[in-house]
Each structure stands twice: as C-alpha cells, then as structure tokens.
Ligand binder design. Structure first.
Ligand code: FMN
Length: 314
C-alpha cells in the first residue's frame, strides 16, 4: 500500500506471523527504470521480507518490463502489476485501475512483463473501472491467465466507487469458479472470523488484508491460528508497538519520508484508541517522529487502561 507498506510495518507483521506474504509499497516503474536514487530506500529488501513481492505501477510495456527485471534482481518471490489504484494522479497518467479500460493495452503490459519476470508474475486489480461488468471482467481474467499471470488479487469494487460501497464478495465467488489460476480475495476483511468465512464461502486461494493490517498488524497471526484450529491469545502493548514502528520508520527510511509514512501509520493505528480521532488530529500537526512519540506516550499516560489489550482465538 502506497506510503503504508513501509519496512517498519512489514517487520512488525512478520514478527507476529512468519507465514504472511508481504508486498512493497507501490513503486513507479518510470522511477525504477531511471534508477532514481529517491526510490532506493523503498526498493530495499530486508531480511524479514520473505515471501516478498514488489508491486509496480505504470503504463508503458517496455518500462514496466524493465522495472520488473531490475526489481527481480534485488531478489523477490514475484512481481505484482498494479491494475487497482484509483488515485487521481495515477489514473490520469493511464496507470493503475485505468489499465482495466483497455484490455489490449493491459495485455501488452502483461506480455512484456511476463518475458522479463522469471519467477511469479501476479496482478492486483479492481473488478472494473466505472462499474462491474461480469462478462468483461471474466474476459479480462482469461486474458491475464492466457498471458501467463500466476495469480490475481481481486478487490471487488469498481475503481470509480472508491470505498463508497462495500466490497462485492459474490464477484469473487463467481470469478473463483471461472478462473483456472489462484484468485486472492481482498476487501473489507476486519476480523479473522470474517477472513475464514470469505475463504470458505468463495474457496479463493488466499486473503489479502489492507487497512486492518495497519491497525492490527497481529491480525494475520490470529487468522493463521483460526485457520489451523490453534487457540491463540496475543497481548499487545499498544504504546510499545506504536513507538517501535515509528522508530523503525526513523531508522529505515530517509528523513524526507518520515512525516508521510509516520502519519499514514498513525492514522490507522490511532483507530485502536478511544480518543483516536483527537489523538491523530494532534499527531498530524507534528512533523518530527520524536514529537509524535512524545504525544503518544502522553496519551497512554493519561489513558493507561488502553495500553495493554488481549486479542485471541478461543
Ligand atoms: C492508503 C491506501 C493505500 C493503498 N495503496 C495501495 C497500493 O499501493 N497498491 C494496491 O494494490 N492497493 C493499494 N491500496 C488498496 C488496498 O490494497 C486494498 O485493496 C483496499 O484497501 C481494500 O482492502 P482492505 O479493505 O483490506 O483495506 C491502498 C489502500 C489504502 C487505503
């Protein structure tokens, strides 16, 4: 997730659950191709990054393929092509979810990347651009399969919907039946129980969790426990986890990225707090991570009952 899947977040997720598959932030193929130095810290793979996919975004088949090839040389399990992002500057540039509109151009990109990528090539996609047209979606999925894509993560919303409507899991149901490659379902998973329910209902090959993974980086450990029928209780020191992630952002990323990445993490993690909205409003006014940490410490001093919480699978 752009500005969210920092090495700091990936590290804490891995500490809770070694089985989880991690993704890089969405990386601009043009910048990778140009070997832009500012991208280097985002591209760096860490020892905890395994299994690990780099996600690329772009519009030009040759540039996308070259970016995939460069990233592959860093060592990864696969390259994921973004056909999902609906951010205005991305779709305006003909990238992300905009690729869904032109199946021929999308095919050229996949074909070109397939030639460049020796290991897994996957696609993360919305179920449509303006709306969901099941016939077109099926045709698109068949195109991806025919071009040698190994798996697809499907976020069953149209790009134009943003988050305004709920994820349409019945779309995943239908696509799983239609596709011959693994389909990973994504969208609105908030609890391990819901993850299991979706997995069983759709028989999809896996579940991807976005926003709640930032709020509760331990959710994958709980999902894994539930999946394997292993009771598990985790006790979370929210203050310590929060400060660890912010400190890792500080040490693993260059200073110019500190504010944006720290704010993004705090936006989601503050949702665990009773007065999270006020707390985040205070944090977003701060630029330095040290000041954010002081504010967080102060919050838990005043609300010490919130510091430790138990989460479990009975
Ligand atoms: C802040 C933010 C950044 C995101 N960045 C990306 C991205 O870079 N690549 C991507 O494939 N999806 C991205 N997404 C979409 C998520 O991966 C996911 O598809 C979506 O949030 C639905 O899943 P969820 O309900 O589990 O969050 C982003 C979502 C958010 C909220």
């Amino acid at each position: 997730m752009a500005e969210v899947s920092t090495p700091a977040l990936r590290k804490v997720i891995k500490q809770f659950c070694s089985e989880v598959v991690l993704y890089s932030e969405m990386l601009a193929s043009g910048a990778i191709n140009a070997k832009a130095p500012h991208n280097e810290p985002l591209v760096q793979r860490h020892e905890f990054d395994t299994p690990f996919f780099y996600q690329i975004v772009g519009n030009n088949p040759a540039i996308m393929a070259n970016a995939a090839s460069i990233l592959q040389d860093y060592g990864c399990d696969g390259i994921d092509i973004n056909m999902a992002c609906s951010a205005p500057h991305i779709v305006k540039a003909g990238c992300g979810a905009q690729l869904l509109v032109d199946i021929h151009h999308a095919r050229d990109i996949v074909k070109s990347c397939r030639k460049a990528v020796k290991n897994l090539l996957t696609v993360k996609m919305r179920a449509g651009y303006h709306d969901i047209d099941m016939d077109y979606l099926k045709q698109f999925i068949v195109m991806l399969q025919d071009e040698g894509v190994n798996a697809i993560t499907l976020h069953p919303r149209a790009a134009k919907w943003g988050f305004s409507r709920s994820a349409k899991w019945d779309v995943i149901d239908e696509i799983v039946k239609h596709a011959v490659i693994p389909i990973i379902g994504n969208g609105d998973i908030t609890t391990p129980q819901l993850a299991m329910q979706r997995l069983h209902q759709t028989r999809c090959a896996g579940i991807m969790i976005g926003r709640v993974a930032v709020q509760q980086p331990w959710i994958f450990a709980l999902c894994n426990a539930l999946y394997n029928n292993n009771p598990l209780t985790v006790t979370i020191d929210h203050a310590a986890l929060w400060i660890d992630v912010l400190t890792d952002i500080q040490t693993m990323l260059p200073q110019k990225l500190h504010k944006s990445r720290a704010h993004r993490f705090c936006f989601y993690f503050a949702k665990n707090c009773t007065f999270g909205h006020e707390l985040f409003t205070a944090i977003r006014k701060l630029s330095s991570i040290d000041d954010m940490i002081a504010t967080i410490n102060n919050y838990y001093m005043r609300n010490h009952m919130e510091q430790y919480k138990h989460y479990g699978i009975p």
